[in-house]
Write a protein that binds this ligand. Structure first.
Ligand code: PXP
Length: 238
């Protein structure tokens, strides 16, 4: 059984659209724990466009819930994350103008900085992950940095699947990267843009141990309810 992490940023997006309290991401996290998801992902963005500091603090205080906090390499965010003390962190690239995280980290350019950040979290026994493109070079650098895991950016693959285009080359890249990463001792995760169909295809890649899925789950829940959507994903991943 592969693990399912649910990204609840867009519960906060919906709440923030009214500037009030509903729907509350804290309640969403508690509810998802109750219905058996493996972890919750939240992204504390520099512009705080969805999850706010107080949300992150409250969600990380839920007993028995594993929380994966996505952060950029900005000092202010790293300091906050160290105070919030999630179970896991995933370092992601961040660009204020983007609608969502558009690609993996530039590990070659930022190797030294990311290595220092990874060490800070490893000292606190927090699992560390790097969000990267499916590239053998980046897998190698992620290992040199000392990260515990890599999360492969599946956005390009998912878009090809959704637009009924040929996804075989991108799938090959993901498979090769996952195999290589696994052999050198990294735990492999996948995330971004995933719907049922794209997840089903990637669920056949043995080396991928964890899927982090957000926008599609929250969107699909409008029609079918979050419990049903989670059941469907769990079936795909079993
Ligand atoms: N994993 C990472 C590292 C992300 O940055 C995101 C988007 O915030 C996701 C997974 C979830 O992507 P989506 O919302 O497209 O499912």
């Amino acid at each position: 059984m592969k693990r399912l992490g649910v990204n609840i940023d867009h519960v906060a997006t919906l709440r923030n659209a009214r500037g009030e309290y509903h729907p509350d991401p804290y309640y969403a996290a508690k509810f998802l724990k109750k219905i058996g998801v493996d972890s919750i992902t939240i992204h504390l963005r520099e512009d705080r466009r969805h999850i706010k500091d107080l949300d992150a603090k409250k969600i990380c205080s839920i007993k028995g819930l594993l929380v994966n906090l996505e952060i950029s390499t900005r000092n202010e965010i790293v300091k906050n994350a160290l105070k919030i003390k999630p179970n896991y962190i995933c370092i992601v690239p961040e660009n204020r103008k983007e609608i969502t995280t558009e690609g993996g980290l530039d590990l070659k350019k930022n190797k030294k900085k990311i290595k220092k950040i990874v060490e800070l979290f490893k000292d606190k026994r927090i699992r560390t992950s790097l969000f990267i493109n499916p590239s053998l070079k980046d897998i190698k650098i992620a290992n040199e940095i000392g990260a515990d895991c890599v999360e492969i950016h599946t956005g390009k693959f998912a878009n090809l699947v959704k637009s009924r285009k040929n996804f075989q080359n991108e799938l090959k890249r993901i498979k090769k990267s996952s195999k290589f990463g696994n052999v050198i001792g990294l735990e492999i995760h996948a995330g971004h843009g995933l719907n049922y169909e794209a997840t089903k295809i990637l669920s056949r890649v043995d080396e991928i141990k964890e899927f982090n899925i957000g926008h599609f789950i929250i969107g699909e829940s409008v029609f079918f309810g979050i419990r049903k959507v989670i059941i469907n994903f769990k079936k795909i991943l079993s």
